[in-house]
Design a protein around this ligand. Sequence first.
Ligand SMILES: [Zn+2]
Length: 76
Amino acid sequence: MNKCTLCHEGQYLNKHVVFSSRRDGQVVVVEGVPALVCDVCGDRIITEETAREIEHIATGTPVHSVPLYHFPEKVA
Ligand SMILES: [Zn+2]
C-alpha cells in the first residue's frame, strides 16, 4: 500500500465512499463508490475510470432523493 500524499502518515485503504458533486447546479450523490481512503486524514483518491463512471451514473435516474441541508453562514 502507498503512503498518503497529504499527511505522509496514513495509508490508503480500499473503501466505499459517498461521493457528491455538482451537476448543472444540482447536488448529485453517489453511494458505494470504490475509493482509496487515507486511514489518518481521510484523503480520498478515485481512479479516472471511477470518475467517468460516476459521471455516467449521474446522468441516469436516481435511486433515491436525499434531504439536502445547507450549513448556515456565520457572520463574524
Ligand atoms: Zn493522510
